[in-house]
Design a protein around this ligand. Structure first.
Ligand SMILES: CSCC[C@H](N)C(=O)N1CCC[C@H]1C(=O)O
Length: 338
């Protein structure tokens, strides 16, 4: 906050509210951070929950009382707000209520969230272990004649039964639908000889897991197998290069270079990966030109893909913890060798 030139910070992003306070209904809370500490603002629907969960003092109020209470604390100060999250209307409300200089800030709390605490790593590790178990149960369902939707439903039910939430809309993209990186499950029936991309995650105690496997149904064409093996080579090489001090952009470049050598540069339509935590997508960004430097305690995905419109696609993704000396792969579901 000092480096950003602010005396106080108004936190409105739900994941940042949760990260600072531990309050799990971040969307219905705000946090004011001042030199004296942090205060959670939420309303009477959450009195008991906030007392149970929050590690910072709470004020139970509804707007406009919320802003009036905070106004006393920020009078005459430079108060940062989260420019990437606060709406224009939200900013107008602050202007109406506060006698303070409002300063846009970016990524202050997100910067602290890049490196996970041991408790956060444990939640992500457990979420991924649970997702691995569910995938092993559901894997036999991925065969000719099954609908993508039914595979997704089985994964979702498995996650919920195991006590987790579904981290994001389950992607099950079979045959030509595999060319859509975000091909959420449809009514399409899987056919023999196809590749099926399955990308899903659990959310446990607020923390996400993320993993993709592309599975073969019967014997796919030589072209599809060639693409699969190229993506696997890129994925394994990028994972093996993970260690503290490496620039995230260099990992993307490494994977992209391998796919380029296989003639698949154009087919790799997204970045190599991203950090995972309270949000499914957070820093560091494993993308072209990223200057983010990996450090122990970061949890990232490595997920190169190749997407061929009208033909199909492949993505292989592991969830990886950056350790003091290198990396630990947290996702353990087997990867097929084609
Ligand atoms: C909507 S959450 C998608 C999770 C997935 N593992 C993922 O992060 N991606 C799939 C395609 C690329 C990458 C992304 O940037 O969305």
């Amino acid at each position: 906050m000092r480096a950003a030139g602010v005396d106080a910070l108004w936190v409105s992003d739900p994941a940042n509210v949760r990260a600072i306070t531990g309050f799990s209904s971040g969307a219905d809370g705000k946090v004011l951070v001042t030199a004296d500490g942090a205060t959670l603002y939420t309303d009477a629907r959450y009195t008991v929950q906030a007392q149970e969960e929050s590690r910072v003092p709470q004020v139970i109020a509804r707007p406009p009382e919320t802003y009036q209470d905070a106004a006393e604390r920020v009078k005459g100060q430079r108060v940062g707000f989260e420019a990437e999250h606060l709406t224009v209307a939200g900013l107008e409300v602050l202007r109406d209520h506060w006698d303070a200089a409002l300063v846009p800030t970016r990524g202050l709390v997100e910067g602290v969230r890049l490196v996970k605490s041991p408790q956060e790593v444990q939640a992500i590790r457990e979420a991924q272990a649970l997702a691995d178990r569910v995938f092993a149960e559901v894997r036999p369902m991925i065969r000719a004649g099954a609908r993508e939707l039914d595979v997704a439903l089985a994964l979702e039910t498995g996650l919920r039964r195991a006590g987790a939430e579904v981290g994001f809309d389950v992607i099950v993209a079979s045959g030509p639908r595999g060319a859509m990186p975000h091909g959420v499950a449809s009514e399409r029936v899987i056919e023999d000889g196809e590749l099926v991309t399955v990308d899903f995650g659990a959310r446990l105690r607020g923390y996400h897991s993320d993993m993709t496997r592309t599975v073969a149904v019967g014997t796919p064409s030589e072209e599809l197998r060639r693409v699969y093996n190229a993506v696997l080579e890129a994925e394994e090489a990028a994972v093996a290069a993970i260690r503290p001090g490496v620039k995230a952009g260099e990992l993307d470049e490494l994977a992209r270079g391998i796919l380029e050598r296989h003639g698949l540069a154009e087919a790799f339509a997204h970045s190599l990966g991203h950090g995972v935590g309270l949000n499914i997508h957070e820093g560091p960004g494993l993308r072209k030109g990223s200057e983010d430097v990996l450090a122990p305690g970061m949890v990232v995905t490595v997920e190169p893909g190749a997407y061929l419109p009208g033909v199909g696609g492949v993505r292989i993704e592991d969830l990886v913890l950056v350790t003091d000396t290198g990396y630990e792969v947290l996702s353990h579901s087997p990867k097929e060798r084609l």
